[in-house]
Design a binder for this molecule. Structure first.
Ligand SMILES: *[C@@H]1O[C@H](CO)[C@@H](O)[C@H](O)[C@H]1NC(C)=O
Length: 417
């Protein structure tokens, strides 16, 4: 009887030993993931500037700001679509200049037509050759071969040399442009964009007033194979400079469930930091940006850009300016300096954001807004002004990334948390 009981216990022994050995590792992993969570604040630290239509205050002082669009002569119609839209929904009241940038000389027709669409406030500049090319220390033949190979591997736009120049330009050289040096703020526009709500206040003035440096509408995932080395280079620079992780940085990361010490072995994989945690690839979509150029002109940002540039990843891989800007904001900006323009209706490619209209906040009798009709239905909790969204899109585009990146500033839980 006793013997049988002993032998039964002995048979279970390996299982108990395994459990006792594994328990601290499992516990450590749970603590690691738990500690990596980003707490949500009790109140909204990044509320919309306004939640109803405003009577556009055309007499108010403007900020030192410019709208900027990079375009090619062949994109005349798409550029016009964007400019018509921003003029109808914003710039008819606030009359900021629109600066068009091209890496080649402008066609007279583009200038004439776009200047007209921009209400005569168009400025047309050509990017100096040395700001739109390979850096001189880079082996161009090897870069060109790599670009061709990336094209075959299928990362979006990675086979086009011009696209690489553009990403590098927007990542760093843009902020050194002579044509932009007299401005502090920019609003980036892209050809083929629709604005779908009236923007009846001056976002530059509000950004300045609320001490924001970076504003966005849409957040989504970067294509991982376009930038396998970007995150390693970024974390290397981050630790070189001893930059602590902000809550926004942590919100961009996903903690690994792999127990210590095996977790740190994961750091060799793409998009992992030294601890083995992974960048979610979430970033702000930079074709819409309202931002303070002094942030990007700062020594810290330019140093980060130069560091990345020296790694050659703008050509050996296809590092995008959206990811570069976002990671920099995650490292160098206070999370409260970032603003989500959730009241701005915006569409580019197949991605959109379109808020519901504010209930009783549409100023139906405003003479300034007579042209901004028709508007879609109002609903409780809506913050849009005369938005033109079809029924299906009458709410903000929710996504995993938007939800994650708003975690440090918003008490509201989205669909994913
Ligand atoms: C744009 O139009 C305005 C007003 O008609 C004019 O004064 C200005 O010179 C034009 N700009 C260019 C670059 O043609």
């Amino acid at each position: 009887m006793l013997l049988r009981r002993i032998s039964r216990a002995a048979r279970r022994l390996p299982f108990f030993l395994l459990l006792v050995t594994a328990a601290p590792f499992i516990l450590e992993a749970i603590i690691h993931v738990w500690r990596s969570q980003v707490p949500r604040p009790a109140r909204d630290l990044d509320a919309p500037f306004f939640t109803t239509c405003q009577e556009p205050d055309v007499a108010a002082e403007r900020e030192n700001a410019v709208l900027v669009m990079l375009a090619r002569n062949s994109e005349r119609q798409k550029a016009k679509r964007t400019v018509r839209s921003i003029e109808a929904h914003f710039n008819q009241w606030f009359e900021y200049p629109i600066l068009f940038l091209n890496d080649e000389p402008w066609d007279a027709r583009f200038i004439a037509e776009l200047n007209k669409t921009a209400g005569g406030r168009g400025i047309f500049e050509v990017i100096p050759k040395n700001q739109w090319t390979f850096p001189d220390w880079l082996d161009q033949d090897s870069a060109k071969k790599s670009i061709e190979a990336q094209g075959h591997a299928g990362a979006p736009h990675a086979g086009k040399e011009g696209y690489h120049h553009m990403c590098r330009f927007y990542s760093g050289k843009f902020y050194q442009l002579e044509a932009l040096s007299k401005y502090k703020w920019y609003w980036r526009l892209e050809p083929d964009v629709d604005f779908t709500c009236a923007i009846t206040y001056d976002p530059f003035v509000q950004m300045a007033k609320h001490k924001k440096v970076y504003g966005y509408t849409i957040a989504l995932w970067e294509v991982g194979k376009s930038c396998p080395g970007l995150f390693h280079a970024t974390t290397a620079w981050k630790s070189l400079k001893g930059i602590p992780s902000s809550s926004l940085w942590s919100a961009m990361m996903e903690a690994s469930w792999m127990p210590f010490p095996f977790r740190s072995f994961l750091s060799w994989l793409p998009h992992r930091d030294a601890a083995g945690d992974v960048w979610s690839l979430c970033h702000f979509w930079s074709n819409f940006e309202i931002a303070d150029m002094d942030f990007f002109r700062s020594r810290a940002y330019q140093d980060y850009f130069e560091y990345l540039d020296k790694k050659g990843g703008f050509y050996q891989e296809r590092w995008g300016d959206a990811a570069v800007h976002s990671l920099a904001i995650g490292m160098l900006a206070d999370p409260q300096q970032v603003h989500h323009f959730e009241d701005i209706g915006y569409r580019h490619a197949k991605f959109y954001q379109c808020p519901a209209n504010a209930l009783d906040g549409q100023l139906p009798d405003s003479p300034s807004l007579v042209k901004n009709k028709p508007w879609s239905p109002e609903s409780a909790g809506g913050i849009g002004c005369r938005c033109e969204c079809d029924g299906k899109t009458g709410r903000n585009f929710q996504s995993y990334c938007l939800d994650r990146l708003k975690q440090p500033s918003s008490p509201k839980k989205g669909w994913f948390s």
